[in-house]
Design a protein around this ligand. Structure first.
Ligand code: CMP
Length: 137
């Protein structure tokens, strides 16, 4: 059993897709074990997206992620990290295949609705950042 962290980003909240997106994960059989709405600050954006700080798209990414509330959740299930990444699809909604969340609902590289941890290490770091939990709890 694995756990992973997802964020429903400001475009998902604005477009009233919270229930639709969380419902997909529930229909798949993943359990939501933690859930909250929060507002990113520039400081939290820099911590969460530390690997992207030097990328040319970072200023736009930060402006977007602080632009409105986000929903953070922990999803639990067999191979949850890989399963959730496959379900959200590739970064660019234009290229994401139909049937993935980004493929069905996004036409953008930035406004791509959902973030999901890309490895078990990232999941541990991100769960601690948003929920103060570690891998044992
Ligand atoms: P996410 O999975 O949260 O991880 C990094 C985020 O940066 C990504 O989703 C997008 O929101 C954003 N991003 C990645 N690549 C680009 C890009 N080429 N242009 C704009 N934003 C991007």
């Amino acid at each position: 059993m694995e756990r992973t962290l997802i964020l429903l980003k400001p475009d998902a909240v604005e477009r009233q897709l919270i229930g639709t997106i969380l419902g997909r994960f529930e229909q798949k059989g993943l359990n939501i074990t933690a859930l909250k709405m929060l507002q990113f600050t520039p400081e939290l954006a820099k911590r969460h997206y530390a690997d992207h700080l030097d990328k040319p798209f970072y200023p736009g990414l930060e402006a977007y992620i602080i632009s409105g509330p986000v929903v953070a959740a922990i999803l639990e299930g067999d191979e949850a990290v890989a399963v959730v990444r496959r379900m959200i699809g590739p970064t660019n909604g234009i290229e994401a295949p139909a049937g993935t969340i980004r493929g069905d609902f996004s036409l953008s590289s930035r406004r791509n609705l959902v973030h999901a941890s890309d490895s078990l290490d990232a999941a541990e770091r991100e769960m601690a950042l948003f929920f103060c939990v570690d891998s044992q709890s």
